[in-house]
Design a protein around this ligand. Structure first.
Ligand code: UDP
Ligand code: MG
Length: 309
């Protein structure tokens, strides 16, 4: 009969075969000396490589390793949720598979947890591991979201986090589909603290967050916590309408004073600007509409295709 684990480490995998063994070793090295019962829950997010076979092999050698395999790629945030739902521990730690979330920080996070914090977030101190592009896009994103959304998320936040059972059970009540875990956790309240860590480069392989996935993630974060883009669209519409009205009066006056000229440039500029603003406004509405549409279908968030025994 396996012992009930006290700590569950949840790790989503998407084509991470090159990292799994190193990660497993690093985790054992960091957690074993603490003499606490733990389990490692791998969630294979529809990998096309041998990730899940490796998890199965590891699990047969080390009974503390468990794994589920999702029926296809559902994305990092959903994979995280799937793993959190599987976790049995009183303390749950979520982290990435590429060793950019260093397991050596875990004892520090557990420490903070034992000082009475329900949620221990982490903050990435940009080290050599973060590319200039990632630093720039991440900084822009946090500036924007903190300005327009109803929550505040510190720069460098990630989903490397500890939660106790009370916080996790509350978190699992969120039924949202386009999930922005960082925002949801911030919104939850409870006693939260932050631990800093330096982010090393990816151990092996390439980032699984494509530019498209990053943009989608950013849009999820903003639309989930703010209706301000919709308001900005209507303000823009109003301002452009006023400018248009003034220009129309000007055009009519010009007409009656007989000073009309061919006016190719002014026509083109007006049509382009108006068209652009209309499309932008429609796009913003569309982003919200698509999310309402997604929610309204209430489909299951994921399916599990395989499990370790
Ligand atoms: N990931 C996932 N599904 C995806 C994309 C990523 O489960 O569709 C996992 C990935 O395997 C890793 C974590 O999410 O464990 C973070 O991804 P990555 O390291 O590629 O992101 P980055 O560090 O570049 O932001
Ligand atoms: Mg990474």
């Amino acid at each position: 009969m396996p012992v009930q684990p006290e700590i569950s480490v949840v790790i989503p995998l998407y084509n991470e075969e090159v990292n799994i063994e190193a990660l497993h070793n690093a985790l054992i090295n960091s957690i074993d000396p603490l003499h606490r019962e733990f389990e490692i829950v791998f969630v294979d997010d529809g990998s096309r490589d041998r990730s899940f076979e490796l998890v199965k092999t590891l699990s047969s050698k080390d009974p503390r390793v468990k794994g589920i395999s999702l029926s296809r790629n559902f994305g990092h945030q959903v994979a995280l949720l799937a793993g959190m739902q599987q976790a049995c521990g009183d303390i749950i730690i979520t982290m990435d598979a590429d060793l950019q979330h260093p397991p050596e920080v875990i004892p520090q996070m557990l420490d903070a947890g034992s000082r009475g914090y329900d949620i221990v977030n982490t903050r990435r101190i940009d080290g050599k591991g973060t590319s200039h592009f990632k630093k720039l896009t991440s900084r822009c994103f946090y500036r924007i979201i903190n300005r327009i959304a109803d929550i505040t998320i510190p720069e460098g936040s990630s989903d490397f986090r500890l939660m106790n059972r009370k916080a996790l059970d509350s978190f699992l009540q969120f039924g949202e589909r386009d999930r922005f875990t960082r925002g949801l956790v911030n919104w939850m309240g409870f006693r939260q603290t932050v631990v800093d860590y330096e982010c090393p480069p990816r151990y092996a392989g390439k980032s699984k967050y494509t530019f498209r996935k990053m943009m989608h993630f950013a849009a999820d974060g903003i639309t989930a916590f703010s209706a301000r883009p919709l308001r900005i669209a209507s303000y823009m519409g109003f301002i452009v309408f006023l400018l248009g009205l003034a220009y129309a009066v000007f055009a009519v006056v010009q007409h009656f004073t007989g000073r009309t000229i061919p006016g190719w440039t002014s026509l083109l500029v007006t049509v382009l600007i108006l068209g652009g603003i209309q499309l932008l406004g429609l796009g913003i509405i569309g982003e919200y509409l698509a999310r309402i549409f997604n929610e309204s279908k209430s489909r299951p968030l994921y399916f599990i295709k395989d499990k370790t025994t």
